[in-house]
Design a protein around this ligand. Structure first.
Ligand SMILES: Cc1cc2nc3c(=O)[nH]c(=O)nc-3n(C[C@H](O)[C@H](O)[C@H](O)COP(=O)(O)OP(=O)(O)OC[C@H]3O[C@@H](n4cnc5c(N)ncnc54)[C@H](O)[C@@H]3O)c2cc1C
Length: 274
């Protein structure tokens, strides 16, 4: 049960949403699908008096143009899976969305923006969005600003949003030649312990982005070492400076499995290129 009296707001403009977030800045939360937020409020882990629902702001669309792909922050996993053009251009997003556990309910209402803003180290989407070199469009009291995905995730469960700001959309301006994804987890239904996104850019540069192994995703240029297994594993290991511990696994275990996850993501990418 949520124990506070809640005031629900559904602003009809971006400016009104930012005004609300600014006016109640210590005491307000944005509602995405609510799959993280509402259970946390029920368990008293989070307490606010105001909820702002961005439903009326048109943030649930996907726009594909010559300039790249723009994805509204309220787009759900299910919408990704049902969007043929998006899954053709960015199969990684469908691959990741498909693998999110929690069944249809979570896929139907969980949003990409909610996953990003919650900034949980073990979530799938943060690492994938960094792996796609996406840029995050943020709206605040003075209008729009953009941050690179690598700067959005500042530490575990903390993002770069300032008071009055909300996540508007993700822009993916360059489309990778090919991608691969792998995650390591205890069982089919459990959360990831380590995720690896492999991306090939302009047919040449190979990058691996690790998720879950540190507080924030870490992107590594592996172009020169991709064909040398020992150097590849060493490059992955060297990138992990402060491994992340939680109830699912200690940091030492995450460090140990990271190179294996990266290797499998790279193998998947290569199968797609072949
Ligand atoms: C049973 C279950 C299994 C799951 N399994 C996985 C899994 O395997 N892998 C995985 O990665 N995730 C998993 N998840 C997590 C799921 O991905 C997230 O719960 C979901 O993506 C969060 O989206 P939401 O829209 O529900 O966020 P919400 O709960 O609505 O919001 C989360 C946080 O982000 C903030 N927020 C939301 N949208 C915005 C915005 N536009 N601007 C600013 N702040 C915003 C909210 O205020 C809140 O603090 C699972 C969840 C459940 C319940």
């Amino acid at each position: 049960m949520i124990r506070t009296n809640l005031r629900y707001h559904r602003p009809d403009s971006l400016a009104a949403a930012s005004d609300l977030l600014w006016s109640h800045r210590q005491d307000i939360a944005v509602l995405g699908g609510g799959t993280h937020l509402l259970p946390r409020m029920t368990r008293d882990q989070e307490s606010v008096s105001h909820i702002v629902d961005l439903k009326a702001l048109g943030l649930d669309g996907v726009n594909i143009s010559a300039n790249g792909v723009s994805i509204g922050s309220r787009v759900t996993y299910d919408q990704v899976l049902r969007h043929d053009a998006l899954t053709r251009i960015l199969p990684l997003l469908a691959r990741v969305s498909h693998g999110v556990t929690g069944g249809r309910q979570v896929r139907n209402i969980g949003t990409l923006g909610g996953s990003a803003c919650f900034a949980m180290p073990g979530s799938d989407m943060p690492g994938a969005l960094v792996g796609l070199r996406s840029r995050f469009r943020i709206h605040g009291p003075t209008g729009f600003r953009e941050v690179d995905s690598t700067d959005f995730f500042t530490s575990a469960f903390v993002n770069a949003l300032e008071p009055g700001e909300f996540l508007h959309s993700f822009d993916i301006l360059d489309i990778p030649t090919a991608t691969g994804y792998h995650k390591i987890k205890h069982s089919a239904g459990s959360w990831p312990i380590a995720t690896a996104t492999a991306a090939l850019w302009e047919g040449q540069r190979l990058e691996i982005t690790l998720g879950g192994v540190q507080e924030t995703p870490v992107r590594i240029d592996v172009t020169k070492v991709a064909d040398q297994p020992e150097e590849f594993a060493a490059a992955i290991d060297a990138a992990i400076t402060e491994p992340w511990d939680d109830v699912l696994a200690p940091g030492s275990y995450r460090r140990r499995v990271a190179a294996a996850a990266a290797k499998r993501a790279l193998s998947e990418l290569r199968r797609r290129v072949a």
